[in-house]
Design a protein around this ligand. Sequence first.
Ligand code: BTN
Length: 248
Amino acid sequence: MHKLTQKEVFKGLNLENIDFYLLDTVDSTNTFAKKKSLHKDYLVVISEEQTAGRGRQGKEWYSPNSGNIYMTIKFKDKNNAPLSLIIGLLISEAMDSVSGQKLNAGLKWPNDLLIDNKKICGILIESEVNKDDVEYIVGIGINYSLPKKESWWGEISELADILPRAKLINRILKGVITYSENGYMDWKSAWEKRCVHIGTELKVISNNQQDEETGIFNGINEEGKMILQTSNGLKSISSGECSIKGVY
Ligand code: BTN
């Protein structure tokens, strides 16, 4: 397996603005980034493996050393778009741009990426308040190859030739930096275009698996909340695990 190099990963990026760590192993790139202070505009942590990778809602993120992407970007976001949705959108766009093809990795609210109805990427966004600033810790896991897997986990090893890992990381970093500096004007419609479950009946489970709501997914609002058409009218829902009939 080809190991990631600084030259490939940061090609064309201004390293005066970026502190970075390219590691062989770490507990979690998010945990590592949280412990480091932000001295430059961006802090990037990438590891070949994680021994305690973390997913959303306290779940584990299986992180073997098998050529996957485990990356965290820490920065201050001055835009007021919902970062968790923006990052998924930027990754889906980066995949198209690097491959030169319309791979159209689908977005599942709030921020999973799917190919062939299987989850190939997960995003964990944490934040910390430092003095008056909010620092975001954006963790991205993209699976190229998994020695063992659950039925709903996908991998993109077949795309590795057109989607080399280092190039994809480089393009994602460029996308996040461009977004951080310039914002993303029409993010909402771009996100909805790539969403796999617009108009689909969803079951939304929230409040620690306590509450369940069924309705038609009618898109998102400016805050990134999902708009659900339920039998009791439209509801906007800000968090929760949404399980979708027919998708993993
Ligand atoms: C999810 O549950 O879907 C989110 C998974 C996020 C995994 C990534 S891998 C890099 C970063 N470090 C972590 O410990 N988690 C995130």
